[in-house]
Design a protein around this ligand. Structure first.
Ligand code: GDP
Length: 481
């Protein structure tokens, strides 16, 4: 994976042009800096009669995801607290339930330490801990899972007993089932006169979540986030499920955690809200988190108080990373600061290179090279100019410079700035370039063009524009192929 055209060419003793030509003849536009996709690699392998094996370019640094440190000791595995996520349709009481569980299970004195609304926390029930993790929604939950971040052990689907299964409940059911986690249904708002638990059970049974008392294997617990009724029963049920899961981890290992939220805070720098999945995270630990790294400067627990460490399944915030990590990324504590720096740097360079390769998808120079080789018969362009007079002049000139073999094809010409709809248009036509005269793309359009690999050239002198296109058409531009 992640090999560029020229790297591939080098590896198999071909010239980049040969590689590009093969792909081009099959309608695939690449330049020498582009990364080759799996199917392109297969085609090239066949064409050149060589065997192509695909290997992860980041293999050498991604081993940290399995890194347990030298002090791993199977004998020190202990039962770790379950991590629970609550999901449900909007207004069915997810937030109220999280708040109620927290306030009813944390001593008043402790609760005094809460400085902000933190919805991920650990409570104690019958001497056993349970951690609740708030995710911004089931879509975010699945997006995190897609990236390999599995923080949840048990899912609670909250359904308002007076409202029943709604569209988002159905979505949540799918997401929850896909995760493979045990599911508990919390029928909320049971204090309401209109609460109808049988309706909820029947509707959920239709989605293959059949209540235990109906002969199925899903626990349904009636609760009220308003009065607190049923919450003890819910927590007891969580503990029963957790016991069946036999969750184990090693508190003596180097920490492995997942970032569940992150931000840049004034005076504090990058802040990562994490959940510890293995080991113990301590102040002073060298940590790497995707492309960021650092040394743990400060830790606060789920009540916002400064602590020295976070243990198994505990959540809190960590200061000390050099940049804000992405949600769902994996944090690993390692032995040395060199190790974490090297890993983060390698990953960052790789990410940057990938980003760069996108922006060079089809430049005018490269189009020119393809034209010189007779691979392209027309150069599609979109022209945007500040005034109608210039626009007509440019359009007229460009249409005239066509020679017998190659010509400019004006796909769209209009007065005005370069917009997102121009990008969409350009993207729909292979190799299309956007020419701006006295107009510039806005920052967001520029960024999108870069992401989509669309070239935008801007000019303030008509002759420069015409000359560039003339050169491109005659294949005389300093082609980089
Ligand atoms: P979320 O969107 O799922 O997070 O739902 P909220 O927790 O914000 O609750 C939505 C509304 O339902 C709020 O007005 C809550 O006060 C109310 N609510 C939540 N739980 C209960 C409950 O158990 N009983 C009653 N009567 N109202 C509740």
């Amino acid at each position: 994976e992640d090999i560029r055209v020229y790297e591939f060419a080098e590896a198999c003793g071909k010239s980049p042009a040969e590689v590009i030509t093969v792909l081009f003849s099959l309608g695939m536009m690449v330049t020498k800096n582009d990364f080759l996709k799996q199917d392109e690699l297969e085609i090239l392998g066949e064409e050149f009669g060589i065997e192509v094996t695909v290997k992860d370019a980041l293999e050498d640094v991604n081993y940290v995801e399995d890194y347990l440190g030298e002090d791993i000791d199977e004998g020190s595995y202990v039962t770790r607290p379950p991590v629970v996520t609550i999901m449900g349709h909007v207004d069915h009481g997810k937030t109220s339930l999280l708040d109620k569980i927290r306030s009813s299970k944390i001593a008043a004195a402790e609760a005094g330490g809460i400085t902000q609304h933190i919805t991920s926390y650990t409570v104690t029930k019958n001497g056993q801990k349970i951690t609740f993790v708030d995710t911004p929604g089931h879509a975010a939950f699945s997006a995190m899972r897609a990236r390999g971040a599995n923080v949840t052990d048990i899912i609670i689907i909250v359904v308002a007993a007076d409202d029943g299964v709604k569209t988002q409940t159905e979505e949540v059911i799918s997401h929850a089932k896909a995760s493979g986690c045990p599911i508990i249904v919390a029928m909320n708002k049971m204090d309401k006169e209109t609460a109808n638990p049988d309706m909820v059970k029947a509707q959920m049974a239709e989605h293959d979540l059949t209540p235990v008392d109906w002969g199925g294997d899903t626990e349904f617990i009636g609760v009220s986030a308003k009065t607190g009724a049923g919450i003890d029963e819910l927590l007891e049920n969580i503990l029963i499920q957790a016991e069946l899961l036999e969750l184990k981890a090693d508190p003596t290992a180097k920490a492995k955690a997942t970032v569940i939220e992150s931000s840049l805070e004034k005076g504090r720098g990058p802040v990562a809200n994490i959940i510890v999945q293995n080991g113990t995270l301590r102040i002073g630990d060298n940590i790497v988190c995707d492309t960021t790294f650092g040394r743990v400067k400060a830790i606060t627990d789920d009540s916002g108080r400064a602590v020295k460490e976070l243990g198994l399944s505990e959540t809190g915030t960590v200061l000390g990373l050099n940049e804000v990590p992405t949600t769902g990324s994996f944090m690993v504590a390692m032995d040395s600061d060199k190790e974490v720096r090297d890993i983060a740097t390698t990953r960052a360079e790789h990410a940057r290179a990938k980003e760069l390769s996108k922006s060079t998808k089809v430049s005018l120079e490269e189009m020119s090279g393809l034209i010189a080789e007779g691979k392209i018969k027309q150069l599609p362009v979109i022209i945007k100019a500040d005034v109608g007079g210039s626009l007509e002049a440019i359009k007229g000139s460009l249409e005239k410079i066509a020679n017998d073999e190659v010509k400019v094809k004006v796909i769209h010409a209009a007065v005005g700035g370069i917009t997102e709809s121009d990008l969409i248009l350009a993207g729909a036509s292979d190799g299309c370039i956007i020419l701006g005269f006295n107009v510039r793309p806005t920052g967001s359009v520029k960024a999108k063009a870069k992401a989509d690999g669309i070239t935008i050239n801007t000019y303030s002198i008509i002759y420069d524009l015409i000359d560039d296109i003339k050169d491109a058409l005659s294949g005389m531009m300093s082609a980089v192929i």
